[in-house]
Write a protein that binds this ligand. Structure first.
Ligand code: HEM
Ligand code: HEM
Length: 173
């Protein structure tokens, strides 16, 4: 039993996007000495892309339920993996929203790959709250991604089970 083609393709595309966004967000300043474009401008555009793709992915998930985990999976692992996946989904929506809100409260233009995005009138206090939430959420996302990838590698290299095959686009039904 595997995830659907579309779910698996979205998983890998969005995994790359989220990792790139985290690198640009966390190391943008350092990167700007070696890249010729604005790290944060690309961070914002990729973040908005993740928001739109997440809406589609969740919509798709309603009609294409993930395959059940093997009966032998310990209960705590089922619970932990569901909790981590849920939090990642919540942050893939919450981070772009908080990023937009604090960006809209600030002086810089809001653009999606060069296209102007309307800025709602956001007060300074709300902008600051969204900024703090974005930072806390951003670090939480980085931690969850490390945890999630460690669990996937543990299954693959230590337990040598078939878990990763559930997410292989070319094997998916
Ligand atoms: C080397 C990197 C990665 C590997 C090997 C990997 C592997 C997997 C596997 C095997 C599953 C299915 C788990 C299951 O059957 O219960 C999964 C699910 C998931 N992964 Fe990853 N993953 C990686 C990176 C990422 C990243 C960076 C993100 C961040 C967006 C991510 C987000 C998710 C989400 C949200 C699910 C749940 C999908 C759903 O049930 O709808 N993954 N991953
Ligand atoms: C999945 C989507 C996103 C993730 C995972 C993410 C993650 C992060 C992380 C980890 C940081 C660094 C925080 C720090 O070092 O203090 C950051 C900073 C930032 N993010 Fe995002 N972000 C996302 C989407 C967005 C979006 C859509 C926008 C704007 C529309 C945005 C605007 C910003 C800005 C302006 C900063 C710099 C913050 C500062 O000056 O302290 N982000 N983001």
């Amino acid at each position: 039993m595997t995830y659907s083609h579309v779910a698996a393709l979205l998983h890998w595309l969005m995994a790359l996007l989220v990792i790139a966004i985290l690198v640009l967000g966390l190391f943008g300043d350092a990167l700007e000495s070696i890249i010729s474009f604005s790290a944060i401008t690309l961070h914002k555009s990729l973040g908005m892309t993740v928001f739109l793709l997440t809406l589609f992915r969740l919509f798709w998930r309603i009609g294409h339920r993930p395959p059940p985990l093997p009966e032998t999976t310990p209960k705590w692992q089922v619970g932990a993996s569901h909790a981590v996946h849920l939090l990642i989904y919540a942050l893939m929506l919450g981070l772009p929203l908080s990023g937009y809100i604090f960006g809209a409260a600030g002086p810089y233009p809001m653009q999606f790959f060069g296209l102007d995005v309307p800025k709602l009138a956001i007060g300074e206090a709300m902008g600051e709250t969204a900024h703090s939430l974005h930072e806390i959420g951003g670090f939480t996302m980085a931690g969850l991604v490390v945890l999630h990838m460690s669990a996937a590698f543990y299954h693959h290299f230590v337990q040598k089970d078939e878990l990763i095959n559930r997410m292989r686009p070319w094997r998916a039904a």
